[in-house]
Design a protein around this ligand. Structure first.
Ligand code: ZN
Ligand code: ZN
Length: 198
């Protein structure tokens, strides 16, 4: 696969640049889930272009979510990185399938550079001075509405956009809790008064 080779080659180049003391394996895994048992989780986003396999629809998205899991096996003296690139469905078709995005070479390079920054900081404890780089928007990019039902990352609850919405929902729930707590307090007071009267 062309894409996998791009990611792996750029990753190896970056590891060489920082003179990483370990070998690192890199794999693409389209079924990867967020898991915390010793894995470091990194979920950036980037731009990508999708093409529908049924119609001529083609769209750019800023919600190409990436899920990286990183782990260093200290005894085996090697590291492992797994990557899932989340897909999207066409919104013009009645029965669309999840399509893989095309990510520009430049944005793959940026994602890998930021990933290796994380390895430097969180795994090798180095305070490197390189700042994270922002992904580059494609020419004439216009932000469109984000449809949850067409986004694989939204369904897996790792989408940047759905997490923003989730924050809003959590705040809403807290406000909903206040009247309920007041009602419980009122009932407790009534019970105490009743017990005192007896
Ligand atoms: Zn389509
Ligand atoms: Zn989404």
């Amino acid at each position: 696969m062309m894409e996998a080779r791009n990611w792996t080659t750029l990753f190896e180049d970056e590891l060489e640049r920082i003179a990483a003391p370990h070998e690192w394996a890199f794999t693409l895994d389209s079924t990867l889930q967020k898991q915390s048992d010793g894995w470091l989780i990194y979920t950036p986003w980037t731009f990508g272009r999708f093409r529908c396999s049924f119609c001529s629809n083609c769209w750019d998205s800023a919600q190409v979510n990436l899920l990286f899991l990183l782990k260093l096996y200290r005894f085996r003296r090697c590291g492992e990185v797994k990557l899932r690139i989340f897909k999207q469905k066409c919104r013009m078709c009645t029965f669309p399938v999840m399509e893989e995005p095309e990510i520009s070479q430049e944005n793959i390079r940026i994602a890998i550079a930021n990933l290796v920054n994380r390895i430097q900081r969180k795994i090798y404890g180095k305070n490197n001075c390189i700042k994270d780089q922002k992904p580059v928007a494609p020419d004439n990019y216009i932000e469109g509405p984000h449809k949850k039902e067409h986004c694989e990352a939204c369904q897996a609850k790792v989408c940047y956009t759905s997490m923003l919405n989730m924050d809003r929902n959590i705040k809403g729930d807290i406000f909903g809790l206040v009247p309920m707590l007041l009602a419980v307090l009122f009932i407790i007071i009534v019970i105490i008064i009743l017990i005192k009267c007896n």
